[in-house]
Design a protein around this ligand. Structure first.
Ligand code: FVH
Length: 284
């Protein structure tokens, strides 16, 4: 591994995120080359010390970070370019199939390919809060200038899979919070009053994850705390309350329907994570 700050880096794609990435590399002392389809977006970075690649080909050949709108933009831009000697680090968001296909294509073009996912907003890039996931061959350079970087394994699809799993967590938690907020608003409780209570519940649930994960990995779900059929009775309150209050009951009904299916399949006496069986199949 070379010194943290002396690996020359190219950044291709200077949208909101690519600009933040290039700026973080510059700030950390990496010699930084930039390229963008709309060249004017490079002006401020050039003023800060970046070198402007006159053509896309001039940004290839070393460690090249790509951060475009989507994977089709990456393929459209790089087309049939030979990528010999290039380590292509694609931080564009997508899914695992796109990542694996792009890895196969890039390797055929001669590149060493790492796929990545950015779980951060542009303003947090360069701080420890910015989580950058990588998968593919082990990097021999350091992207620590961007934030907290984790290499997840050789399979190039892993970074995108973790990204999508993380987004699922994020939006599920937010939707659950919005459901409760809508219910409480009917009683005059505002969102700010409910938020600390909701946060406490979310943190408590987060603490259950390691134990529940152990049950899933062992495939054994003894009801040590509560049986699924007991939980399902509380879920009925959630549905009935939402309907009675006139708020949206879709999420409560979905939660209950999944539990009911697991109970019908004979899992009512087991603990909640037995529901993994419902999540492992396509659904109805
Ligand atoms: N911004 C964010 O908060 C999120 C956080 C999580 C990860 N995402 C992903 O990062 C990718 C880039 O997002 P972005 O916010 O930088 O997006 P834009 O500001 O819209 O910039 C898009 C850049 O892509 C260039 N581009 C698009 N199509 C092409 C193409 N066919 N050929 C060459 N370049 C292309 C575009 O160029 P231009 O319009 O300026 O000429 C921008 O540089 C994305 O995957 C997020 O999901 C960000």
């Amino acid at each position: 591994m070379t010194d943290k700050t002396n690996t020359p880096i190219s950044v291709v794609g200077l949208g909101l995120m690519g600009t933040a990435l290039a700026r973080a590399f510059l700030k950390a002392g990496h010699p930084t080359t930039v390229w963008n389809r709309t060249a004017a977006k490079a002006d401020s970075l050039v003023a800060e010390g970046a070198r402007l690649a006159p053509a896309i080909g001039d940004a290839l050949g070393g460690v090249t970070i790509v951060c475009l709108t989507d994977y089709s933009a990456v393929r459209e831009l790089l087309g049939d370019a030979r990528l010999d000697g290039t380590t292509l680090v694609n931080l564009t968001s997508g899914d695992s199939a796109q990542a694996r296909e792009t890895a196969a294509w890039a390797e055929k073009q001669g590149a060493r390919y790492l796929d990545g996912a950015i779980m951060a907003i542009p303003s947090s890039i360069g701080t420890d809060e910015a989580v950058i996931l990588l998968s593919g061959p082990l990097p021999d350079f350091d992207l620590g200038a961007l934030g907290t970087v984790s290499h997840l394994g050789e399979d190039p699809g892993l970074a995108s899979l973790y990204d999508v799993a993380g987004l699922t967590m994020m939006w599920s938690v937010l939707n659950a919070w919005l459901q409760g907020t809508a219910m409480l608003k009917t009683a005059g409780v505002d969102a700010a009053t409910y938020a600390p209570f909701a946060r406490q519940i979310a943190a408590g649930v987060a603490d259950w994850l390691p134990g529940y994960a152990e049950q899933i990995d062992q495939g054994s779900f003894p009801a040590e705390v509560s049986a699924l059929e007991t939980d399902a009775r509380a879920m009925a309150h959630m549905v009935e309350e939402s309907e009675a209050l006139g708020v949206n009951a879709e999420l409560p009904k979905l939660i209950k329907a999944m539990a009911d299916r697991a109970i019908a399949a004979g899992h009512g006496g087991e603990q909640y994570p037995v529901l993994i069986r419902e999540f492992e199949r396509p659904g109805e």
